[in-house]
Design a protein around this ligand. Structure first.
Ligand code: SF4
Length: 244
C-alpha cells in the first residue's frame, strides 16, 4: 500500500487523487486509509464498508466493475482491449437469433455484465487508476452516484482500491483474480498504461460466488432491458414497460 502511494506521488494519478479526494476531504480520506488497514485481503473476497449481503445490492446506485484484462485474447475481444467498451453488453437486448461472437462466449465480462443488468446495476470496464478515480471514486464522493459496488481486480490493487471506495462512501465486494494478475508495481504500471499480455482469470469458485451474488440481487420484474453508455460507464436503461 505505502509503496503504491509512494510511486503514485510521481504520477498524475497520485496528484489527481490528492486534488479530488484528499485535499477537499482530508478527514474522510484519513478514516478511509485507517479502515482499509483493518480489512482482510487474504480471502476469496474482501467486503468493504458496511457491505453485508447481496440483498442490499442492485438498483440505480449499484456498480459492477470488471477489469479490462478479463477480455479474451484469442479470439480477441471485438471491442479491443484497453478501453471501457463491451460490444456485447452495449448491444443488449439481443434477439434469440443473434449469434454470440466466439470471443464473447467464454468472456467473464459477458456473464457478469448480463447478470448485473438483471440486478439493475451499472457496469464499468475498468482500465487505468486515473479513469477509475474520475469515473467511480470522485462521482461517488461528490454526488453519491454509486453507493455499492462489486469489483474484480488484481490482489495487488485491493487495498488502494478499498481506500477509494471507503472515501467515496461505497460499500463494496472485491474479488481478486486468481491468474494472470499484476503482482508488483512495474507490472501493474504497464497494465495501467494498457500493456497487459495476459488474460486474467477469476477462481472458478469466485466466479460462481459472483454469479450467485448477482442472481440473488436480480430485480423482479426486470428493471432494465439494456444499457446506455454515459461517459465510460454502462447504465441500465429502463425496461420498456417502465419507460412508458
Ligand atoms: S463480452 Fe467480452 S469479448 Fe465480448 S465484447 Fe464484451 S468484453 Fe469483449
Amino acid at each position: 500500500m505505502w509503496a503504491f502511494c509512494w510511486h503514485s506521488l510521481f504520477r498524475e494519478y497520485g496528484w489527481q487523487f490528492f486534488r479530488r479526494i484528499v485535499w477537499p476531504h482530508p478527514v474522510k480520506t484519513a478514516k478511509a486509509v485507517r479502515a482499509s488497514g483493518a480489512l482482510d485481503y487474504t480471502g476469496d473476497r474482501t467486503a468493504v464498508g458496511a457491505a453485508d449481503s447481496e440483498q442490499t445490492f442492485g438498483g440505480a446506485r449499484s456498480l459492477v466493475g470488471v477489469g479490462f484484462c478479463l477480455k479474451p485474447l484469442d479470439p480477441p475481444c471485438p471491442s479491443g482491449r484497453f478501453n471501457h467498451d463491451c460490444r456485447f453488453l452495449e448491444t443488449l437486448p439481443r434477439s434469440e437469433a443473434d449469434e454470440i461472437p466466439a470471443a464473447c462466449r467464454s468472456c467473464a465480462i459477458r456473464e457478469i455484465g448480463t447478470l448485473a443488468l438483471r440486478a439493475g446495476a451499472a457496469v464499468y470496464v475498468m482500465t487505468s487508476a486515473q479513469d477509475i478515480l474520475l469515473d467511480v471514486f470522485a462521482p461517488a464522493l461528490n454526488e453519491s452516484r454509486f453507493t455499492s459496488g462489486l469489483f474484480t481486480l488484481c490482489r495487488y490493487s485491493l487495498r488502494p482500491f478499498a481506500v477509494g471506495l471507503l472515501a467515496g462512501g461505497v460499500r463494496g465486494w472485491m474479488f481478486p483474480f486468481e491468474k494472470g494478475d499484476c503482482r508488483d508495481y512495474p507490472t501493474w504500471l504497464r497494465a495501467d498504461r494498457g500493456t497487459k499480455e495476459e488474460r486474467t482469470e477469476l477462481k472458478p469458485s469466485n466466479r460462481t460466488a459472483i454469479r450467485e451474488f448477482l442472481r440473488a440481487a436480480a430485480q423482479k420484474p426486470a428493471a432494465a432491458s439494456g444499457f446506455e453508455k454515459r461517459g465510460h460507464v454502462l447504465f441500465p436503461l429502463p425496461a420498456e414497460s417502465e419507460a412508458k
